[in-house]
Design a protein around this ligand. Structure first.
Ligand code: FDA
Length: 427
């Protein structure tokens, strides 16, 4: 039988980082993953350059049914800490947009760094390795080995057995770092949720997030030809206190809308509710249109093309015969309507592109069953980190920062647990 202080299941962002940290704290760590590739999501993230953190991270950048849960871990391992680690390895990085930090060369540099951190901690890594079953080894209610037999102290440390395709592994702690459901073709599974069920941990219904939204039907037909068009917008969804908005770029696609604006809002959008888009957020449209009416003899389409991309101006005016003429001949009422609709375009998505295109999973294992200090669940010795938990960041490097921060908190918690177990037992 193989024996480890901790077995971390999932060699993605959180698992790799936690493994290196725990190993360097003196724990005997096994990291395993069912895939033969390591950290595929890091490799494909940020267009191959991984938006690995954001300069400005706070709990407000995360969605969760338990919004304060992430606070402690985020404050104990900050973007500055991770940037410091990258700098120690000499990995070039740069800021692109709104505090988002990317590798300047390749996401592979970041993966190599995490692997070297694991090496420095003596981490054993088994890939590919399937986990078939996790068993808890029963002890009596005092938490001591059967019959209070302290000569079995070593057994007491080993409270789980894992059946894997490389044999049975014995360990006192297991970390689930198997991520969410997005992009199944590179290895995402519901493993974490199944383990949660096995140990009676609650689940917050998962759903795809940071995902393109889809539209169909006659209302969408005029825009279907705009695929590839991008423009800056302000987008919002929800009402009153639940209203959320983002100023980002919008991208028209074959099946609907994408781009950072839509990915951000998708995490807040719910089925059968509308989104609203201001397509010309940087101009006060109505006074401008009325001024143009007084001074210009050009077609509405041509004047509009100075305010929004010309393909959009064309698609928009084609839908309304009143607008297919010189702007000086358009009634004020039609210009009021045009300004109103362009700055408050309301449309209801028919759905999203789902997990095959989603960057993350909203929801996950309910953090009310997990310690925010150590990431240990109410099932002693079972820890959860990263995206498998109901903690979902905005677009912009927040999800990786959560992977690092939760992995770090977990490594500290594991060390404290091992130290407590190894201290003399007073009988
Ligand atoms: P992660 O998904 O990284 O790792 C989980 C690991 O568990 C995988 O290696 C998987 O193979 C393994 N696993 C799953 N089931 C298993 C099983 N049954 N047995 C064993 N192993 C199993 N975030 C960000 O901050 N900046 C960015 O630029 C991007 N960009 C981005 C692009 C794209 C296309 C996607 C899909 C996602 C992003 N993200 C992102 C999100 C980010 O990648 C994600 O939040 C983190 O990788 C989550 O880290 P985890 O370690 O929790 O899961």
């Amino acid at each position: 039988m193989h024996q480890f202080d901790v077995v971390i299941i999932g060699a993605g962002a959180a698992g790799l980082f936690c493994a290196g940290a725990a190993g360097q704290l003196g724990l005997k760590v096994l990291l395993l993953d069912h895939s033969d590739k390591v950290a595929e999501k890091i490799r494909i993230s940020g267009g191959g350059r991984a938006n690995f953190t954001n300069r400005d991270v706070s709990p407000a950048n995360f969605l969760s049914d338990n919004p304060h849960f992430c606070r402690s871990a985020l404050s104990r391992y900050t973007p500055r800490d991770f940037i410091g680690l990258m700098d120690r390895y000499g990995i070039a990085h740069h800021e692109k947009h709104k505090g988002q930090l990317f590798c300047s060369h390749s996401a592979q540099d970041l993966i190599d760094m995490l692997l070297r951190e694991c090496d420095a901690g003596g981490v054993q890594r088994w890939q590919p390795c399937q986990v078939h079953r996790i068993r808890q080894i029963p002890f009596d209610s005092s938490g001591l080995p059967p019959n209070n037999d302290t000569s079995r102290r070593n057994d007491f440390l080993d409270s789980y057995e894992i059946d894997s395709d490389r044999g049975v592994i014995s360990t006192s702690a297991i970390v689930i770092a198997t991520g969410g459901l997005s992009i199944p073709k590179i290895g995402a599974t519901d493993f974490g949720y199944r383990i949660a069920k096995q140990f009676d941990l609650r689940l917050v219904e998962p759903r795809p997030a940071l995902v393109p939204l889809t539209f169909d039907g006659a209302d969408w037909a005029p825009y279907a030809q705009l695929s590839g068009l991008a423009l800056p917008v302000v987008i919002e969804t929800g009402v009153k206190k639940a209203k959320t908005s983002f100023a980002e770029d919008l991208l028209f696609t074959h099946r609907g809308l994408s781009g950072p604006a839509v990915l951000q809002i998708s995490s807040f959008w719910r089925e059968n509710t509308p989104i609203k888009i201001n397509l010309a957020p940087n101009v006060d449209l109505l006074p401008l249109l009325l001024r143009l009416k007084a001074t210009s003899r050009k077609l509405v389409t041509n004047e509009l093309a100075t305010l929004v991309p010309s393909r959009l101006a064309e698609a928009w005016t084609l839908q309304d015969p009143t607008l297919q003429r010189a702007i000086c001949d358009v009634p004020d009422k039609a210009l009021v309507q045009l300004a109103q609709r362009l700055s408050n375009w309301e449309l209801t998505p028919t759905g999203s592109e789902g997990y095959k295109k989603a960057e993350v999973t909203l929801g996950g294992i309910d953090t009310r069953d997990v310690s925010s200090q150590t990431m240990e669940s109410k099932q002693a010795g079972l820890y959860l980190i990263g995206e498998v938990l109901d903690v979902t960041g905005w677009l912009g490097g927040y999800n990786f920062q959560w992977a690092w921060a939760s992995g770090y908190a977990c490594a500290q918690g594991l060390k404290a647990r091992l130290t407590a177990q190894q201290s003399p037992i007073n009988c």
